[in-house]
Ligand binder design. Sequence first.
Ligand code: FES
Length: 200
Amino acid sequence: MRDTSKNQGSKSAFTRRAFFKGSSAVAATAALQGQAALGEDDQGTQVVSGSQKITLQVNGEEHQVSVEPRDTLLDVLRYQLELTGAKPVSSDGSSGASTVMIDGKPMAASTMLAVACAGKEVVTVEGLVGDEVPAAFVEHDAQQCGFCTPGFVVAVRAFLNKNPDASREEIQAGLNGNICRCGTYANVVEAVVSLAKGGK
Ligand code: FES
Protein backbone atom coordinates (compact mmCIF):
# COMPACT_ATOMS: atom_id res chain seq x y z
CA MET A 1 0.00 0.00 0.00
CA ARG A 2 1.38 3.39 -0.88
CA ASP A 3 1.61 5.96 1.92
CA THR A 4 0.31 9.21 0.49
CA SER A 5 -0.19 11.04 3.77
CA LYS A 6 3.19 12.82 3.51
CA ASN A 7 2.52 13.98 0.03
CA GLN A 8 -1.03 15.05 0.95
CA GLY A 9 0.25 17.02 3.94
CA SER A 10 2.88 18.65 1.85
CA LYS A 11 0.42 19.48 -0.86
CA SER A 12 -2.06 20.76 1.70
CA ALA A 13 0.54 22.96 3.42
CA PHE A 14 1.63 24.39 0.10
CA THR A 15 -1.93 25.18 -0.78
CA ARG A 16 -2.54 26.97 2.52
CA ARG A 17 0.67 28.99 2.18
CA ALA A 18 -0.20 29.83 -1.37
CA PHE A 19 -3.67 30.82 -0.28
CA PHE A 20 -2.45 33.10 2.51
CA LYS A 21 0.18 34.65 0.29
CA GLY A 22 -2.41 35.30 -2.36
CA SER A 23 -4.89 36.66 0.18
CA SER A 24 -2.31 39.00 1.66
CA ALA A 25 -1.44 40.33 -1.75
CA VAL A 26 -5.10 40.89 -2.60
CA ALA A 27 -5.77 42.55 0.78
CA ALA A 28 -2.74 44.82 0.43
CA THR A 29 -3.80 45.82 -3.07
CA ALA A 30 -7.34 46.49 -1.93
CA ALA A 31 -6.09 48.60 0.99
CA LEU A 32 -3.90 50.67 -1.30
CA GLN A 33 -6.75 51.14 -3.72
CA GLY A 34 -9.03 52.10 -0.84
CA GLN A 35 -6.55 54.68 0.42
CA ALA A 36 -6.22 56.10 -3.05
CA ALA A 37 -10.00 56.27 -3.37
CA LEU A 38 -10.31 57.92 0.07
CA GLY A 39 -7.67 60.41 -0.88
CA GLU A 40 -9.71 61.42 -3.90
CA ASP A 41 -13.11 61.41 -2.23
CA ASP A 42 -12.31 63.10 1.05
CA GLN A 43 -11.24 66.25 -0.75
CA GLY A 44 -14.91 66.84 -1.56
CA THR A 45 -16.28 65.75 1.84
CA GLN A 46 -17.10 68.40 4.38
CA VAL A 47 -17.75 67.55 8.02
CA VAL A 48 -20.14 70.02 9.61
CA SER A 49 -20.26 70.38 13.39
CA GLY A 50 -21.34 73.00 15.91
CA SER A 51 -23.81 75.81 15.36
CA GLN A 52 -23.91 77.79 12.18
CA LYS A 53 -25.98 80.68 10.98
CA ILE A 54 -28.27 80.13 8.03
CA THR A 55 -31.04 82.12 6.40
CA LEU A 56 -34.45 80.53 6.12
CA GLN A 57 -37.18 81.98 3.99
CA VAL A 58 -40.45 81.25 5.75
CA ASN A 59 -43.85 82.57 4.68
CA GLY A 60 -42.21 85.19 2.50
CA GLU A 61 -39.84 86.51 5.20
CA GLU A 62 -36.15 85.89 5.69
CA HIS A 63 -35.00 84.71 9.11
CA GLN A 64 -31.42 84.40 10.34
CA VAL A 65 -31.26 81.37 12.62
CA SER A 66 -28.49 79.53 14.38
CA VAL A 67 -28.74 75.77 13.88
CA GLU A 68 -26.82 72.63 14.63
CA PRO A 69 -26.52 70.00 11.89
CA ARG A 70 -28.99 67.73 13.72
CA ASP A 71 -31.75 70.37 14.06
CA THR A 72 -34.83 69.59 12.03
CA LEU A 73 -36.80 72.24 10.21
CA LEU A 74 -39.66 71.49 12.62
CA ASP A 75 -37.41 72.27 15.63
CA VAL A 76 -36.41 75.61 14.15
CA LEU A 77 -39.94 76.58 13.10
CA ARG A 78 -41.41 75.80 16.50
CA TYR A 79 -38.67 76.70 18.96
CA GLN A 80 -36.82 79.56 17.24
CA LEU A 81 -39.40 81.16 14.98
CA GLU A 82 -42.37 80.31 17.25
CA LEU A 83 -44.40 79.02 14.33
CA THR A 84 -46.16 76.20 16.16
CA GLY A 85 -48.73 75.22 13.53
CA ALA A 86 -46.73 72.24 12.28
CA LYS A 87 -46.96 69.55 14.96
CA PRO A 88 -44.34 67.12 16.35
CA VAL A 89 -46.44 63.96 16.13
CA SER A 90 -44.14 61.58 14.25
CA SER A 91 -40.41 62.05 13.77
CA ASP A 92 -40.57 59.89 10.63
CA GLY A 93 -43.27 62.05 9.07
CA SER A 94 -45.79 59.20 8.90
CA SER A 95 -48.60 61.24 10.50
CA GLY A 96 -48.34 64.21 8.15
CA ALA A 97 -48.88 66.55 11.13
CA SER A 98 -45.71 68.52 10.43
CA THR A 99 -46.46 69.08 6.75
CA VAL A 100 -45.11 72.31 5.29
CA MET A 101 -44.46 73.31 1.71
CA ILE A 102 -40.83 73.48 0.61
CA ASP A 103 -40.47 75.03 -2.81
CA GLY A 104 -44.14 74.21 -3.33
CA LYS A 105 -43.91 70.53 -2.37
CA PRO A 106 -45.58 69.12 0.73
CA MET A 107 -42.86 67.78 3.05
CA ALA A 108 -42.75 66.62 6.66
CA ALA A 109 -40.75 69.28 8.52
CA SER A 110 -39.88 66.63 11.14
CA THR A 111 -37.83 64.76 8.54
CA MET A 112 -36.01 67.74 7.03
CA LEU A 113 -32.74 69.07 8.41
CA ALA A 114 -32.90 72.83 8.80
CA VAL A 115 -29.51 73.32 7.13
CA ALA A 116 -30.87 71.58 4.03
CA CYS A 117 -33.66 74.15 3.79
CA ALA A 118 -31.42 77.22 3.51
CA GLY A 119 -32.24 79.00 0.29
CA LYS A 120 -35.56 77.22 -0.14
CA GLU A 121 -39.01 78.74 0.17
CA VAL A 122 -40.86 77.35 3.19
CA VAL A 123 -44.60 77.88 3.70
CA THR A 124 -46.26 76.83 6.95
CA VAL A 125 -49.94 76.90 7.88
CA GLU A 126 -49.35 80.38 9.36
CA GLY A 127 -48.57 81.53 5.83
CA LEU A 128 -52.04 80.44 4.66
CA VAL A 129 -54.03 82.95 6.72
CA GLY A 130 -56.82 84.21 4.48
CA ASP A 131 -56.48 81.23 2.12
CA GLU A 132 -59.66 79.49 1.00
CA VAL A 133 -58.49 76.10 2.35
CA PRO A 134 -58.73 76.85 6.09
CA ALA A 135 -62.01 78.66 5.43
CA ALA A 136 -63.38 75.52 3.74
CA PHE A 137 -62.27 73.41 6.73
CA VAL A 138 -64.25 75.68 9.03
CA GLU A 139 -67.27 75.70 6.75
CA HIS A 140 -67.32 71.90 6.52
CA ASP A 141 -66.46 71.30 10.17
CA ALA A 142 -63.40 69.33 9.09
CA GLN A 143 -61.63 69.21 12.45
CA GLN A 144 -62.23 68.02 16.00
CA CYS A 145 -59.21 68.31 18.31
CA GLY A 146 -57.44 70.12 15.46
CA PHE A 147 -54.06 68.52 16.03
CA CYS A 148 -53.82 67.16 12.50
CA THR A 149 -55.52 70.15 10.90
CA PRO A 150 -52.50 72.40 10.14
CA GLY A 151 -50.77 69.52 8.34
CA PHE A 152 -53.94 68.73 6.44
CA VAL A 153 -54.49 72.35 5.44
CA VAL A 154 -50.96 72.66 4.03
CA ALA A 155 -51.21 69.28 2.30
CA VAL A 156 -54.54 70.31 0.73
CA ARG A 157 -53.12 73.64 -0.45
CA ALA A 158 -50.16 71.88 -2.09
CA PHE A 159 -52.44 69.25 -3.59
CA LEU A 160 -54.90 71.76 -5.07
CA ASN A 161 -52.07 73.89 -6.44
CA LYS A 162 -51.06 70.89 -8.49
CA ASN A 163 -54.50 69.36 -9.04
CA PRO A 164 -57.08 72.16 -9.18
CA ASP A 165 -59.55 69.96 -11.07
CA ALA A 166 -59.17 66.86 -8.90
CA SER A 167 -62.06 64.43 -8.58
CA ARG A 168 -63.28 63.10 -5.25
CA GLU A 169 -61.32 59.87 -5.79
CA GLU A 170 -58.15 61.80 -6.64
CA ILE A 171 -58.60 63.94 -3.53
CA GLN A 172 -58.96 60.87 -1.32
CA ALA A 173 -55.86 59.30 -2.85
CA GLY A 174 -53.89 62.57 -2.77
CA LEU A 175 -54.37 63.10 0.97
CA ASN A 176 -53.51 59.59 2.12
CA GLY A 177 -50.26 60.77 3.71
CA ASN A 178 -52.09 62.63 6.49
CA ILE A 179 -53.62 60.87 9.47
CA CYS A 180 -56.44 62.08 11.72
CA ARG A 181 -56.94 60.28 15.02
CA CYS A 182 -60.35 61.87 15.45
CA GLY A 183 -61.50 60.50 12.10
CA THR A 184 -62.58 63.68 10.34
CA TYR A 185 -61.66 62.32 6.91
CA ALA A 186 -65.18 62.54 5.45
CA ASN A 187 -65.50 66.24 6.25
CA VAL A 188 -61.93 66.98 5.12
CA VAL A 189 -62.74 65.43 1.76
CA GLU A 190 -65.99 67.43 1.57
CA ALA A 191 -64.01 70.61 2.23
CA VAL A 192 -61.57 69.83 -0.54
CA VAL A 193 -64.30 68.71 -2.93
CA SER A 194 -65.96 72.11 -2.41
CA LEU A 195 -62.77 73.78 -3.64
CA ALA A 196 -61.79 71.52 -6.52
CA LYS A 197 -63.51 72.30 -9.77
CA GLY A 198 -63.66 68.64 -10.74
CA GLY A 199 -64.80 67.55 -7.29
CA LYS A 200 -68.33 68.89 -7.59
S1 FES B 1 -59.04 66.46 14.33
FE1 FES B 1 -58.07 65.41 15.98
S2 FES B 1 -56.44 64.33 15.03
FE2 FES B 1 -57.55 65.17 13.40
